[in-house]
Design a protein around this ligand. Sequence first.
Ligand code: BG6
Length: 485
Amino acid sequence: MNSNIDLVLFGARGDLSARKLFPALYQLDRAGLLGDSVRIAGLAREAISSSEFIEKTHENLKKVVSKSAWDEAAWQRFSRRLTYIKVDFSQKKDFLALKGWLVEKRTVIYYMATPPSLYGSISKHLDAAGCVDSLSRIVLEKPIGHDLKSSRDVNSTVGEFFSERNIYRIDHYLGKETVQNLMALRFANRMINSQWDNTCIDHVQITAGEIVGIEGRWSYYDKVGQLRDMIQNHLLQLLCMVAMEPPNSLQADEIRAEKVKILRALSPIDRDNVLDQSVRGQYSAGWIDGQPVVGYMEEQGSESNNSDTETFVALKAYIDNWRWAGVPFYLRTGKRMKAKVTEVVITYKDHPHAIFPDKDSGAKNRLIIRLQPNEGIELEMFSKKQSLKERLSLEKRTLNLDFFDSSGESRIADAYERLFLEVMKGDQWLFVSREEIEASWRWCDTLIDAWTDKKVATKSYGAGTWGPSKADMLIEKDGRSWHGS
Ligand code: BG6
């Protein structure tokens, strides 16, 4: 890998940098994966010196990184890469200090851990200060816009200064080990891929349930809601990974082109079917792990007692193409749910004729791809119950393809470690293209318009449950049920 790389982190004193970015970079260094000459500059408005910044980063890392992963020698090496540059992102002249730090003929990666409203102006100031050349890359965190129009505006402004090949749009779900493993599972295993269509699969469920609420982000979250925060990006990316056709190769362009096709094939949820295919929810007070928790409207920072922002969404989506015609994809995500679970569950159809009289009709083969907790893949199958008393009875057995156990690694890398590595390599396969972002906004905009049009209000659900009862009805009216709830 090219190690002549300078990493410039905008928002280096923010929450994302503290929780995810610096820990990921430290772990890469500890694993020997950061090239020797990689330099890292943290940028923020705070008037502190480089040595104060390094000290604060040290304190933070010692809190965030587990004791078993702490390595003083690795920290010493890592700290020598760090510099702090005080920059007010709205002040063009401040960018000259950054220009002074850059060295010619090195690849610079600008990482935007800032509010998205600043992406355009930061790009402009970078360019004006002479900090952008054909080697410079920019990494954008979500959300890119809040609808199709605003996402186009962000993409166009950044696109004036960086070519699409140098723009890395993060969806951190793509950095998760299990999401990449989904590609291996599908495209490296003939027996799985040959059973991967509407002749064999009954339906697909994608669940991302979180125990946490909105974690002090009321003023941001209330304008956004769960559809824009989770479905538009993470859940639709998971759906693409499940549904896309085999790419021609593992090249980024090939993979991204297949994902775009799926997003464009999503059947619209519009005013005609929105009541049947979607549910919005908002949590009220309840209990989680034996502790009382407040409702959404009473959350810290709440600015309203009659907000109708959704903290839960359940959808039934269809993909209008040859492979998936007629197969429902049930998506469900919410805050303050009963458990932290992110999983994809593929349920297979029954055989056309049943010969085992004791096989319960609800018992079907299932492939469970779990992102968290306990990342892994399970296949639920049936085999003969070992018994002399019974003639040929069945029991459900689970084949566990737990890749963690066999990897020999002591921990699973965080998504951001993988994503940093790929940006440094200059490989966009785990990043979202402009076409993908726009196709997914187009679909979400139609749904949001239908919610407004049909006045689809949120249904209340108690914190610590699996969402409003209407979400159960959404799937149960089709004779199916949510996995694990
Ligand atoms: C973020 C959302 O993108 O993903 C958060 O903005 C959410 O609201 C988070 O909590 C979930 O990520 P993970 O990796 O914990 O499932």
